[in-house]
Design a protein around this ligand. Sequence first.
Ligand code: MAN
Length: 350
Amino acid sequence: MDIAKRSEHNPLLKPSELKPGMEGMEIACLLNPGVFRYGNKIRLLLRVAERPIQQKGKISFPVYDAHGKTKVLSFDVNDPELDANDPRVIRHKGQDYLTSLSYLRLVSSEDGIHFRDDPEYPPLFGQGIQECFGIEDCRVATTADGYFLSFTQVSHLGVGVGLIHTADWKTYTRYGMILPPHNKDCALFEEAVNNRFYALHRPSSPELGGNYIWLAESPDRLHWGNHTCIVTTRKNSWDCARVGAGSSPIKTKEGWLEIYHGADEHNRYCLGAFLVDLHTPSKVLARSREPIMEPVAPYEQTGFFGHVVFSNGHLSDPDDPDRIILYYGASDSVVCRAEFSLTEILNSLE
Ligand code: MAN
């Protein structure tokens, strides 16, 4: 059951509509934005993935070197040591690389539909060895203490969760890696519960366990403990291979509502939801049996990586508390918008 009302303006943003942010590169994909309001505007913190214009017979992609300079690595497509079956990652001589390098870029809108680059706010690029393959999929938590950005840090050392704080989108405090590899999909609760901060996150191990959603607790948003697994994958289901949190949970009378993504064995990404207790967030009260959104529109089915709807950002409407405005990446190529009724999502949970 798909209960999303897609915008008739979809896709809102395509790679060809923005100028590359890195010299000599093209934008390969626009993906999965963080979403927030600031200065009377709706802002998206896009994940922009860039790479050099591809030459026939080669796969070329940028990485940062030890001095933070971009360098391009290039492999011959016929190299017997190259595994390039997934357009997102390649393996060469046992080492994994990404086929593009992502950074975060702020675009602004008055109406939530037409977004423009905002030169006042420079992009955020990866820094240091732990981000030498880039930074991705940033969640923006809007709190009484400012904005907290939780995002994926990617390097040959692994994939972990980084944290940045800002109050004005011009000066940033980088706290480094708050959750070590392998971990991603970290969404912070926007307010404390019983004087503790909470976050959803997704550690994964290749052997025991799986790609499950966990809850963690912290006194300061930097040091996380009391980790508890709360949502696992389900056999023979749309979310049988992987689940991961979207953005900050939405506070409702019935509990904290989280919109999450689930993927199956064919890497088809859908959205579902679950509800946790307002006072004991480790207690899951209800969950979607069927997805609330599936990749059914043409732009969700074909692109850089087809059959993907992936969201890590949404807004509530201050004038209509039932309305959720969700922004999402479709086919890992374009940025789109859809609306949901909160009541409809809650009623669909089991
Ligand atoms: C992973 C991440 C996301 C991406 C999906 C689908 O979960 O890299 O950014 O959208 O895969 O490819």
